[in-house]
Ligand binder design. Structure first.
Ligand SMILES: NC(=O)c1ccc[n+]([C@@H]2O[C@H](COP(=O)([O-])OP(=O)(O)OC[C@H]3O[C@@H](n4cnc5c(N)ncnc54)[C@H](O)[C@@H]3O)[C@@H](O)[C@H]2O)c1
Length: 237
């Protein structure tokens, strides 16, 4: 029970990878809060978490959420949107670009800022969910990969700013994962990823859980500012 009695907040925990992280943290002994823009009441009930509504596009909504958390041993900044999947850089709209940046980049920063008092109280560990797409430059995903590049830079900058407070900030970079959000991705693309991996199979939500649980745990206490690619060896650092 790596996370026994720790309080962990997972943004975007109502479905997909976030739900898998929430369930894994509960299994590891944590009290879990899931925060999402979609209603996560039922999911929270099913998995034994508490649901808190939040819209990461809205600074005031993030502020309201942060008032509800007193102490956080762990924060998983997982929520993000893609919105631009399949469009070339010429087809991409400014509105889509701005929305992706508002949720994925500004939302992550504001969540961190809002949760800092709760993290400082217990020297919490933070995990930011990036993406392997930012590491290899996946085409037709420019707004998204730019936002993921930004959160990788943010991971490093925040790690240095918050290290003196004993707070660690690391990132994981999952590969293309089979979840609801990637059902729109053509089968050939899923196969392309599977073939490009050293481990030749599709990626499931559970595949990234071990890395996230480790980074939230005391076992990773002397690790900060790092990006762990968890993608079956598609990209190797
Ligand atoms: N699925 C993949 O192939 C893949 C690969 C690499 C990285 N990722 C990253 O993993 C994370 C989870 O992605 P997923 O695939 O599970 O997608 P998803 O869409 O199922 O999950 C994202 C969650 O964030 C929530 N969310 C969206 N906008 C929000 C907002 N404004 N405020 C609060 N919550 C909001 C959604 O409701 C959803 O529950 C994301 O950061 C994504 O970029 C996913």
């Amino acid at each position: 029970m790596q996370l026994r009695n720790k309080t962990i907040l997972v943004t975007g925990g109502a479905r997909g990878l976030g739900r898998a992280f929430a369930e894994a943290a509960i299994k590891a002994g944590a009290h879990v809060l899931i925060a999402d823009v979609i209603d996560g009441t039922e999911v929270a009930k099913q998995i034994g978490a508490r649901f808190l509504p939040v819209d990461l596009a809205s600074p005031s909504s993030i502020q309201d959420l942060s008032k509800k958390v007193e102490k956080l041993d762990g924060l998983v900044n997982n929520a993000a949107i893609t919105n631009s999947g399949g469009r070339t850089m010429e087809e991409l709209d400014v509105d889509v670009w701005d929305k992706v940046m508002a949720v994925n980049v500004r939302g992550t920063w504001l969540m961190m800022r809002g949760c800092l008092p709760a993290l400082r109280r217990v020297k919490g560990n933070v995990v930011i969910v990036a993406s392997v797409t930012a590491l290899w430059g996946a085409p037709r995903l420019l707004a998204y990969i730019s936002s993921k590049g930004a959160v990788i830079a943010m991971t490093r900058g925040m790690a240095r700013e918050l290290g003196p407070d004993g707070i660690t900030v690391n990132a994981v970079a999952p590969g293309l994962t089979e979840v609801e959000a990637t059902e729109y991705v053509p089968a050939e693309r899923h196969q392309h990823y599977a073939q490009g991996r050293a481990l030749k199979r599709s990626q499931q939500a559970q595949d990234a859980c071990g890395a996230v649980m480790f980074l939230l745990s005391d076992d990773a206490a002397f690790m900060t500012g790092q990006v762990l690619p968890v993608n079956g060896g598609f990209v190797m650092n």
